[in-house]
Design a protein around this ligand. Structure first.
Ligand SMILES: [Zn+2]
Length: 474
């Protein structure tokens, strides 16, 4: 069997992967901070992690998949400044931080289910694991890796000789530029030092007693404590978005390895961004933010008539380490994904179980797809090979990884609604003109063209791919 190869951020190269015990993969993924709906850019990371989980299963291993829920301690800046995201959002929505957390946690899992993301085996909440975090900080304190300021307990990065190895950071260079760093004012010895436990936050609602006074944990310690509690001191794979490399994951490594003396994770695997582009908007490009109209949720896709699985399919068409561009003016990538997905679902009615492939050809195509998936999850190559094979059986077989609901969505040969191919030329022309009018947002003209088409005895509807026209039956 072709081995599974993964790009390890730690070594900056592809390495052959096997779980340490040869049987069950201990997989940890940084989970959501539950203060708002997840945007589809965040969800791209969870789709990538789901593809990894399913690929590990394809290779015959069990997967012990843990993903935390951050419901306290993640500040508005990923380094420790600003306000707690939970507390800020709770004030905005006039809810308690606990109510807010449960609400958005539920919403997150609803979105995941709509995208066929397999639920992790355990999704521990930070607020329910504070004791483990305190114990871990005490371990660091006993080894001399911490110091106290007016803000709380900090991790002393200067004591960690290989600090920053994941991102290739240079502490001395950071120190040189530190004068402009506002964080140094709060009593930090080095700008890279990070908080383990906040004290002295009298207005903070979520607080716990600790050896250092009432307070709450920093975001980074949460992941280390929960990962080790459920998966042991050395994980097989730790995943996250690439934005987590320089601060969050780097700090997880520092505090975990200083506490235990073992490597924290054997493999670090990171997913790239969804890059939302809006060519005519002033602020175009960049990472999708939680504010502004580029904030796309799964619900917004549904409201616009898209199948959430079309978004999942779109994510399969780009390698997880490549940026995926999403044009929010034309929505063209999602329109194309919708079309391609429809073609897959139609395969059953078009060719059924008996494709043209001989046993040998089927086996060869199967191997090509398997090899592509095993090569650092090269799903774009796998999907291309599947399209080329034109085999419903093969798509169905690999749907255990793709997660596109191919069996349940595919229809056996039934009458399909009339599409453009069956329409008279004059209707096709009017339909095209209406699509153009809608594209240029000329709605009065689009309405006039709708009326014109209807006058010929057709029903006119809208779909993500444009105007849909059906002949009236009566
Ligand atoms: Zn994390």
């Amino acid at each position: 069997m072709t081995p599974l190869v993964l790009q390890n951020t730690l070594s900056r190269q592809k390495e052959e992967f096997m779980p340490a015990d040869g049987k069950v993969v201990r997989l940890y993924c940084c989970g959501p901070t539950v203060y708002n709906y997840a945007h589809i850019g965040n969800l791209r990371t969870y789709i990538f992690e789901d593809l990894l989980h399913r690929t590990l299963t394809l290779h015959g291993w069990g997967v012990d998949h843990v993903m935390n829920i951050t419901d306290v301690g993640h500040m508005t800046s990923d380094s420790d400044s600003g306000e707690d995201k939970m507390q800020k959002a709770a004030q905005r929505e006039q809810k308690s931080p606990w109510e807010l957390a449960r609400f958005y946690e539920d919403a997150f899992f609803v979105d995941c289910a709509r995208l066929n993301i397999i639920k992790p085996n355990v999704a521990p909440r930070a607020t329910e694991h504070v004791a483990g975090m305190i114990a871990l900080i005490q371990r660091l304190e006993a080894e001399g890796y911490t110091y106290e300021t007016d803000e709380g307990i900090y991790f002393d990065t200067a004591r960690n000789t290989d600090y920053g190895k994941l991102a290739g950071l240079n502490l001395a260079a950071q120190m040189a530029g530190a004068r402009e760093d506002v964080n140094i004012d709060v009593g930090k010895k080095h700008p890279a030092d990070f908080i383990l436990w906040f004290t002295n936050k009298p207005t903070h609602i979520m607080k716990w007693p600790s050896p250092w006074g009432e307070g709450y944990p920093g975001w980074h310690i949460e992941c280390s404590a929960m990962a080790m509690e459920y998966l042991g001191e050395t994980l097989d794979i730790h995943c996250g978005g690439i934005d987590h490399i320089p601060v969050h994951n780097t700090n997880e490594i520092a505090q975990s390895e200083c506490a235990t003396g073992h490597p924290f994770a054997r493999f670090w695997v990171h997913g790239a961004f969804l890059n939302v582009v809006s060519p005519h908007a002033e602020a175009s490009g960049g990472k999708m933010s939680k504010s502004g109209e580029n904030f796309l949720t799964v619900q917004r896709l549904i409201d616009r008539g898209y199948d959430p699985l079309a978004y999942r399919y779109l994510c399969l068409t780009a390698h997880y380490r490549s940026e995926l561009a999403f044009n929010v003016e034309t929505w063209e990538s999602l329109n194309a994904a919708t079309k391609a997905l429809g073609k897959i679902y139609e395969l059953k009615s078009r060719i059924g179980e008996n494709d043209d492939l001989s046993e040998e050809e089927y086996a060869r195509a199967r191997q090509t797809v398997f090899d592509a998936i095993s090569d650092d999850l090269n799903l774009p190559r796998a999907v291309a090979a599947l399209h080329e094979a034109k085999s419903y059986r093969l798509w169905r077989e690999f749907d255990s990884v793709l997660g596109l609901d191919i069996e349940s969505r595919s229809r056996a040969a039934v009458a399909t609604p009339a599409d453009a191919d069956d329409l008279p030329a004059e209707i096709v022309t009017l339909k095209q003109q209406r699509d153009d009018a809608r594209k240029s947002k000329d709605f009065p003209r689009s309405d006039a063209l709708r009326a014109e088409i209807e006058a010929f005895g057709y029903t006119v509807g809208d779909s993500p791919t444009g105007t849909v026209v059906k002949k009236n039956l009566l």
